[in-house]
Design a protein around this ligand. Structure first.
Ligand code: BES
Ligand code: MN
Ligand code: MN
Length: 462
């Protein structure tokens, strides 16, 4: 891997330009209006894998968006790394909060990215991070440095629940056989504080509908005499947390893994500034479950959050009306041992039971998935750790993340292999938000670090 630095220097501009081209395609999986674009992105990924040196690349059709599969098998007796990533992106809304169009990438400097960052939807989550692997493969194949076999599996439905990928993996266990799964779809603590993600939270996502009277009513003529679904929904949602911000759903915490004091003390060693955290978000205080620190609240503890709420009149001016219906979308982030389907059931039963007379409640489950934790004594973790030491000059810190990649626990179940999460994004990169960006330094550092993982993994596996 000795000339990786010079290879990156030489090809830096092209690496950036290629990513920018990919970011121009609005591959929004949630919105069917973008179907053609999502499909075109799959084609673009296929081509990039071919150019990077895969001997066999295939677009695998599913009932939804296709999975791009690529491989380079150099010797069946050598280990195999399976790279996973996603080419779909979140909707860019709200558009008016973007400083530049989300699918017209631009490079701009920021305080944390003095070398410049690419601003576009998907820049960090996950096109930019996925593409680091394509470029790392290019380096290894063009320089005869690929030490083992590699398989790529890049899907187009991660942001909508990966349902068809689950089916694909279960049907292709043999083809997908590997020794370790490698993913860059998470973050790191800071540019000078490398970290490896060792945990992801599970997820249960539901939609609720509260129906009162059979039609919208005059809020003067009927107000006070019938249940207002919006008032009721607000009250029901408020009751889901108690005064200590514990979730009140019976049984919700039954299976939650409790970390030992020693484990919590270890976690608390990771560098973190509460002042900087508050400043970055423009808040005067943090908020959350009593008895836990901010880093615990957003990683090892389960949560319940309203993601959207609507009903009644929201247009310009005022309209005096009691709406017939009110709605909310609610996500619950789960920790190891909580089963997402069980939690969804607990939520449904509880939410229906707290509805007052005079309204009807409907709970519709969306998607979900289990959480994941990976041990730090595996060969995969050790190889990743050595790779970071090589390129950052520091041992990375293991850190559990609050985000979810539900398919990871399914990989373990179906393919029986561990996943290593080498993320290069920063929390401030605004994934899922307006002005998402990915630092050029981070992008290139990822390309530089990944080949070392291959080298150390192959060596340690022998
Ligand atoms: N890449 C993210 C997950 C992530 C980001 C994990 C940062 C850890 C750190 C992924 O694309 C994502 O957004 N996942 C969704 C869940 C999915 C089922 C829609 C999430 O976490 O909300
Ligand atoms: Mn992602
Ligand atoms: Mn995402």
């Amino acid at each position: 891997m000795q000339n990786i630095d010079s290879y990156i220097k030489e090809h830096k501009q092209r690496f950036i330009d290629e990513l920018i081209e990919l970011l121009k395609i609005p591959s929004i999986s949630a919105d069917s209006a973008y179907k053609k674009d999502v499909l075109n992105t799959a084609d673009a990924i296929k081509e990039s894998l071919e150019n990077a040196g895969c001997d066999h690349v295939e677009i695998c059709e599913t009932e939804g968006y296709p999975i791009v599969y690529g491989e380079k098998i150099i010797d069946k007796s050598l280990p195999t790394v399976l790279v996973y990533g996603h080419y779909d992106v979140q909707p860019p809304d709200p558009l008016d909060l973007w400083n530049s169009p989300p699918f017209d990438p631009i490079i701009q400097k920021t305080e944390l990215h003095p070398e410049g960052a690419i601003f576009a939807r998907g820049a960090c989550d996950d096109k930019g991070q996925m593409y680091m692997h394509v470029k790392a493969l290019e380096y290894m194949t063009k320089n005869n440095e690929l030490p083992c076999n590699v398989k790529f599996m890049i899907e187009g439905e991660e942001e909508v629940g990966s349902e068809n990928l689950g089916v694909f993996v279960a049907n292709n266990r043999e083809n997908l056989k590997n020794d370790v799964i490698l993913i860059s779809d998470t973050g790191m603590i800071a540019k000078d504080v490398p970290s490896i993600t060792t945990g992801l939270r599970g997820l249960s996502y539901v939609e609720v509908e509260v129906t009162g009277p059979n039609r919208d009513l005059h809020s003067g003529l009927y107000g006070g005499a019938v249940a207002n679904p919006i008032n009721v929904l607000a009250k029901m949602i408020a009751s889901l947390h108690d005064e200590n911000n514990h979730i009140t759903i019976p049984g919700f915490y039954d299976k939650v893994e409790n970390l030992s004091e020693a484990e919590r003390a270890e976690m608390a060693k990771a560098p973190f500034s509460l002042e900087a955290y508050k400043k970055a978000l423009d808040i005067d205080a943090v908020y959350g479950e009593e008895g836990y620190t901010t880093n615990e609240r957003n990683s090892i503890r389960p949560t319940l959050d309203v993601n959207g709420i609507w009903g009644g009149y929201t247009g310009e001016g005022a309209k005096t009306v009691i709406a017939s219906k009110a709605y909310a979308k609610i996500s619950m982030r789960l920790v190891p041992h909580q089963d997402w389907e069980e939690i969804t059931e607990l939520f449904k039963t509880h939410f229906e039971s707290i509805a007052p007379k005079g309204v009807k409640v409907k709970v519709t489950p969306h998607h979900g998935g289990q959480g994941y934790v990976t041990p730090i004594d595996s060969i995969g973790y050790q190889a990743a750790s050595k790779a970071y030491e090589q390129t950052f000059g520091k041992t990375p810190i293991p850190q559990r993340s609050g985000g979810s990649i539900p398919i990871v626990s399914l990989f373990e179940q179906e393919l029986k292999s561990k996943t290593i999460l080498m993320g290069f994004g920063l929390d401030s990169d605004a994934i899922h938000s307006p002005n998402e960006h990915f630092g050029i330094w981070n992008y290139l550092k990822g390309i530089e670090t990944i080949p070392w993982f291959y080298k150390y993994f192959t060596e340690l596996k022998k």
